[in-house]
Design a protein. Structure first.
Length: 591
């Protein structure tokens, strides 16, 4: 059988099946492992050995060092992992990626025994049964958690079917005139490294590139002398994915990609020099003998284990080298950088980052309320630049976080949909608080510029109402940040105080107007500010309700029909209300 155009078509089809199977199996394994996989990776990076083990474990599960490295680039870009912490994960990822080649080697050699059952256990035969199971599971069961199992089975089966198809397609190469000469040329170390790096960069997967080499090895025409430089080149070529992922990211994200590149480049060069030095001085008996799938898998694993052992003590040197390659420069921090596009395929991480941005919105809204009110109370200057910067952030964050959350919606499991809904509600209310703070700021600034001034009594009343609103905002923001229903509920009694203050202060100011103790212009500004403070309290109450409902898994996020009793559960509402009365109402003589 000649190697012709049909063989090329079969080879391309087998490669497509192989890549699809690897991707599907990796996705299924990741879903089965759950969101804990990535969150654990994020948290276990304080110790480089723990980071190395976690990087290896995560990569072994998701079957892709490129995916793990891209994830790490995302962590560094979002500021939740330092450059130094990323080194251990990257080194571990290079070890974990060798598991794919080790799985593929299981299909080498003769069938297990002579019985039909034992032959069925051979991966290339078992593959068809796994595909059947992977197709039947979603047909027979509609449960979401079964989809991951189906993907694992389907991916495993398609992976080996693709591998078998490639092996069958390249089999005629053993009879092709000149094929031995081609691989003899690739035995040139520089050419072999370039071929391995080029193919891997093209398909952006070292695991797939090694799999192709394993398929070609079944022809018996690839000697160790050609395979070794190709494998070393494959480890360099896999860096392209991290490079592409880091484009447009922070400097540290680009440095992370450089650490990955330097590890593989220097490791390959050291191994190349070491292997060829031994070959030229002592010589390897197997050097010109054909390599098989097991030999490729073992050398791939050996290289990554040895290179990691060499570079582990010099991890800081890799960081310094990356920092010098991508030098420091002024880089303005943007809180929205937490919204990492790389996390969209991992909903738990994406929602966590969105939660952090919404918490930043709460902090900014609370700060702007203070910047608007304090000049009225203590006569300090208006910090216009800082106020406008935070208001601009609130406006950008409302659009940015909303868009980010909507991109995650289709990928969310049912268990995360409540959190998704709560975030959309909360970010809107935080932005509205910022809008009312801007109303107060603009009125207060114009009021002072016009020479207006409140009476001492009016100033005390505004100071008291602001103090109540500030305490309420603090409870709500801290409750949101910590996801604590108890913290959020502390705002409940204060809400009643804010409502009472609004009604009482409005009545008092009208009395002052009637008695000629205040001008109409001053009175309108006073009443508008009281109204805006009360509205800030209303939106804070909404966020309190969303937080309590989410933490306790109750309700449907309908603040209009939320039972008053629900807000009061979990602590002595009456006692806290009395404390708030004594703190805010009693000093003003309000019953």
């Amino acid at each position: 059988m000649a190697f012709d155009i049909l063989s090329i078509v079969r080879l391309a089809g087998g490669l497509a099946l192989f890549l699809y199977g690897m991707s599907t199996m990796g996705s299924g394994l990741e879903q089965a492992a759950g969101a804990r996989l990535e969150s654990t990776l994020e948290k276990m990076t304080g110790n480089i050995l723990k980071a190395l083990l976690m990087g290896a474990a995560v990569t072994a599960v998701i079957q892709s060092s490129s995916a793990t490295t891209v994830m790490v680039v995302g962590f560094v870009n979002a500021g939740i992992m330092t450059l130094q912490q990323s080194v251990g994960v990257i080194l571990g990822a290079n070890i974990g990626t060798t598991i794919t080649a080790q799985i593929l080697r299981l299909d080498s050699g003769a069938a297990l025994g002579g019985s039909v059952f034992m032959k069925l256990l051979k991966p290339s035969n078992l593959a068809y049964l796994m595909v059947l199971i992977g197709i039947l599971i979603p047909m027979l069961s509609k449960r979401r958690n079964r989809k991951a199992i189906a993907d694992i089975c389907l991916g495993f089966g398609v992976l080996f079917i693709g591998m078998s198809t490639m092996e069958a397609a390249v089999e005629p190469l053993r009879e092709l005139p000149g094929i031995q000469t081609i691989f003899a040329q690739i035995s040139n170390p520089v050419l072999g490294v370039l071929v391995g790096a080029g193919v891997t960069a093209l398909i952006q997967s070292s695991s797939a590139s090694v799999g192709i080499l394993q398929a070609l090895s079944t022809t018996g025409v690839i000697p160790y002398s050609a395979a070794i430089p190709i494998i070393l080149g494959q480890n360099i070529g896999t860096c392209i994915t991290a490079f592409l992922s880091s484009l447009g990211g922070t400097r540290n994200a680009r440095r992370t990609a450089m650490i990955h590149f330097y590890f593989n480049l220097f490791g390959s060069l050291l191994f190349l020099v070491g292997v060829y030095a031994i070959q030229w001085t002592v010589g390897f008996d197997f050097w010109n003998t054909p390599i098989d799938k097991a030999g490729i898998a073992n050398f791939h694993t050996l290289f990554n284990l040895v290179a990691t052992a060499i570079f582990l003590p010099f991890s800081r040197l890799l960081v310094v080298l990356a920092e010098r390659t991508v030098p420091a420069a002024p880089e303005k921090s943007d809180p929205l950088i937490k919204l990492e596009p790389r996390f969209l395929d991992t909903p738990a991480l994406a929602l966590e980052q969105a939660h952090k941005c919404i918490a930043d919105m709460g902090t900014a809204a609370m700060s702007n309320t203070a910047l608007a009110m304090l000049p009225l109370i203590d006569g300090s200057d208006f910090a216009r630049d800082r106020f406008l910067e935070q208001e601009a952030f609130l406006d950008r964050a409302e659009v940015g976080v909303t868009r980010y959350l909507m991109q995650t919606e289709s990928k969310l499991p049912a268990s995360m949909r409540r959190m998704h809904t709560e975030m959309l509600h909360s970010l809107t209310d935080f932005e509205k608080i910022g809008d009312y703070a801007q109303n107060i700021f603009d009125r207060a600034e114009a009021f002072r510029e016009a020479g207006g001034a409140f009476s001492e009594e009016a100033q005390q009343e505004l100071a008291t109402m602001y103090a109540a609103v500030e305490e309420m905002l603090s409870a709500v923001v801290q409750g949101y940040i910590c996801r604590s229903a108890q913290m959020a509920r502390a705002a409940g009694p204060i809400e009643e105080i804010v409502d009472t203050l609004k009604s009482a202060l409005k009545t008092r100011h009208i009395d002052r107007l009637a008695a000629g103790q205040c001008t109409i212009e001053n009175g309108l500004v006073f009443l508008d500010i009281v109204h805006d403070l009360e509205k800030i309290g209303d939106h804070a109450t909404n966020i309190m309700i969303y937080t309590v409902q989410l933490c306790e898994g109750s309700g449907d996020f309908d603040t209009h029909h939320w039972s008053e009793q629900e807000t009061r559960r979990g602590f002595d509402f009456g006692a806290q209300l009395e404390v708030c009365r004594q703190r805010y109402l009693a000093p003003l003589g309000i019953e």
